[in-house]
Design a binder for this molecule. Structure first.
Ligand code: SF4
Length: 306
């Protein structure tokens, strides 16, 4: 069993990880009100994302569908884990689309908990959400960040892709060596890669694929580049790289604080590998400024480091 470092020996949060509190002049409280009114969950809150003040302040958020209880228990993730007590809410897609419209989103990002307990793993609910958004916001683009659809991958991908999301994200999360330890036996590094490639093969329209890597879990910088190389080999368009933050003492410890210069180096390596966009920085998350990530690919602007 891993031993915890004594508090005095734990690495302190460096200056570059500090975030600002939401400003009263921002849209933070308006967004919060709309989410509460719609009875909606966001990964921003569930994962205690450090960017919430900035993102909500800009009037954006990442919706989390399929409830607030995840059937997996990854060692780095703070989303509540357990046995969900209810099936997917059939009215959630409509409420979500209504909130997205009220927020005036031009690019809507939707993710979910894993629902290994439901027969279609939530694929139908994803499709219904995408369609509800397309009906309500026909000018907007839709990005999804999905689970791995355990054991029914092919069927689930067909269901989701039939609804034509503009961006299909699936996070690899960590390097090959740490994958099983961090994500558990149900997930697999190779399956994540396969899923991302299969999205491109099955889509009958132009879809952008995207994946995210968390650093500070014990990987080396070379392993991060190896992971980017694997993602490019599976035709992934966008990669995001950001610093791990330990949500509670029960979660995996932070192995290191990756310096902004190292994030810059990752960005250069990713650019050289040919990604359409590389978002690399201490506070980058897969949904961080997702509208800009997509725009960077569309306009050929390429890599960005924060
Ligand atoms: S980075 Fe993503 S999860 Fe974090 S606050 Fe922004 S939109 Fe939410």
């Amino acid at each position: 069993m891993e031993k915890s470092l004594p508090v005095a020996e734990r690495p302190r949060r460096p200056e570059w990880m500090k975030v600002r509190a939401p400003s009263v002049n921002s849209r933070y409280f308006e967004v919060k009100g709309l989410l509460r009114q719609g009875g909606l969950h966001t990964i921003c809150e569930e994962a205690r994302c450090p960017n919430i003040g900035e993102c909500w302040g800009r009037g954006t958020a990442t919706f989390q569908i399929l409830g607030d209880t995840c059937t997996r228990a990854c060692r780095y993730c703070d989303v509540h884990s357990g046995k969900p007590d209810s099936p997917p809410d059939p009215l959630e897609p409509l409420r979500l689309a209504q909130a997205a419209a009220q927020m005036g989103l031009s690019h809507v990002v939707v993710t979910s908990v894993d629902r290994d307990d439901v027969p279609d793993r939530g694929a139908g609910h994803y499709a219904a959400t995408i369609r509800a958004l397309q009906r309500k916001l026909p000018e907007s683009t839709v990005e999804i960040l999905t689970p791995d659809f355990l054991d029914i991958e092919e069927e689930a991908l067909a269901t989701v892709l039939a609804a034509r999301p503009d961006v299909f994200g699936h996070n690899i999360e960590t390097v090959r060596r740490l994958h099983a330890r961090m994500r558990g036996a149900k997930a697999s590094y190779d399956k994540a890669l396969w899923l991302l490639r299969r999205v491109k093969e099955l889509a009958v329209y132009r879809v952008m694929t995207k994946s995210g890597i968390i650093v500070g879990l014990g990987e080396t910088n070379d392993e991060v580049v190896d992971t980017m190389r694997d993602l490019r080999a599976h035709d992934v368009d966008v990669v995001t790289i950001g610093q791990y933050l330990q949500p509670t003492p029960k979660h995996a410890e932070i192995d290191r604080w990756v310096h902004p210069e190292e994030f810059r180096w990752f960005r250069e390596q990713g650019e050289a590998l040919g990604f359409g966009s590389v978002f690399s920085g201490p506070l980058v998350r897969s949904s961080y400024r997702a509208d800009e990530q997509r725009h960077a690919v569309e306009t050929g602007r390429g890599a960005v480091a924060y």
